[in-house]
Design a protein around this ligand. Structure first.
Ligand SMILES: Nc1ncnc2c1ncn2[C@@H]1O[C@H](COP(=O)(O)OP(=O)(O)OP(=O)(O)O)[C@@H](O)[C@H]1O
Length: 293
């Protein structure tokens, strides 16, 4: 652990985001039930669980896409209440999606600029008549968008005028994160950030997710199906099953948790436990994230 990561114990800090007994019903189905979760500044927290466990629904509740049936979601000490997705972004939360949602008929740079529009002051009339301050604001937005692309290396800067449809899947995921960063969030929600990536791209994604926390001081909540990634990157992990949180803890605790093993493998699959243990083995020295250890 480096000195810059040392933080006060959680008990003395205020969570950046807190879910209190959050429940979401779809008709008779309880997709999320009584979920409590606290995420502290500059943590990387993962939500894992089998298909249909309620992970994406939790993201949709936090980001204002769904209204909770009951319970409370609190950001920086203030309830999000009925905040719309737009208002949630203004409060400082940004997200990416399981299925990348970029504008394919726009360039890389234009997509990132879309993420900046909430911060800009110019109205439609200003944009039409373009007084000097609007031009200045546009230039500043453009400069910042390029800077955000450069977080992922020079190659995205070089391809800023390319239509996003021409980029690799991994690059499109990077552009989607750059667009989320453009709204200057405090909390970034990443829904399966390594889906569709090969091993090398996945390892690179793990590296830049850590940099988002370490260099940009972001707090990160992610859903990730690749358990090797989750185990290596997370400070804490929350496990959902049938909408309920069945476990929460450090990666090592989750790896050994009987309820988690059962949820993933089913009761009849105890013979597969060794496979599970192998899949979740700690990352090699230097790769493990010892943020809170
Ligand atoms: N809009 C909706 N209307 C009705 N049911 C829904 C809706 N959204 C999700 N569900 C149901 O809620 C449950 C939880 O779904 P959710 O997508 O949150 O799970 P998940 O853990 O993200 O799954 P996956 O890993 O497959 O993405 C599932 O049974 C799903 O069918």
């Amino acid at each position: 652990m480096t000195a810059e990561h040392e933080q006060a114990p959680q008990s003395t800090r205020q969570p950046l985001l807190e879910l209190k007994k959050v429940t979401k019903h779809f008709g008779g189905l309880a997709a999320v039930q009584d979920v409590d979760l606290a995420i502290y500044p500059q943590e990387i927290v993962s939500i894992i669980g089998p298909n249909g466990a309620g992970k994406t629904t939790v993201f949709n509740l936090i980001t204002g896409i769904y209204l909770a049936t009951s319970g409370e979601i609190i950001f920086e000490g203030q309830p999000l209440k009925k905040a719309s997705p737009h208002q949630v972004v203004q409060r400082g939360l940004a997200r990416t999606f399981q299925n990348i949602r970029l504008f394919n008929n726009m360039t890389v740079l234009e997509n990132v600029l879309v993420g900046e529009h909430l911060r800009l002051k110019a109205s439609i009339l200003d944009a039409v008549f373009r007084p000097p301050w609007v031009k200045q604001e546009e230039e500043e937005a453009r400069r910042r968008a390029i800077e955000l692309l450069s977080f992922f290396g020079q190659h995205l800067v070089d391809r800023q005028d390319e239509y996003v449809i021409n980029l690799s899947y991994a690059d499109r995921r990077r552009v989607e994160i750059a667009r989320a960063l453009a709204s200057e969030p405090k909390l970034l929600l990443l829904d399966e950030p390594t889906a569709g990536m090969n091993e090398a791209e996945t390892m690179e994604a793990v590296h830049y997710i850590r940099r988002l926390r370490d260099e940009l001081h972001l707090t990160i909540l992610l859903i990730e199906h690749k358990l090797m990634v989750t185990m290596g990157i997370s400070d804490r992990i929350a496990v959902l099953d049938y909408g309920r949180k069945i476990a929460e803890g450090l990666p090592d605790e989750i790896r050994r948790d009987e309820r988690v093993i059962t949820a993933y493998l089913g009761k009849a699959a105890t013979a597969d436990r060794q496979t599970w243990q192998v899949a979740l083995r700690p990352q090699p020295e230097g790769e493990a994230n010892n943020h809170h250890e």
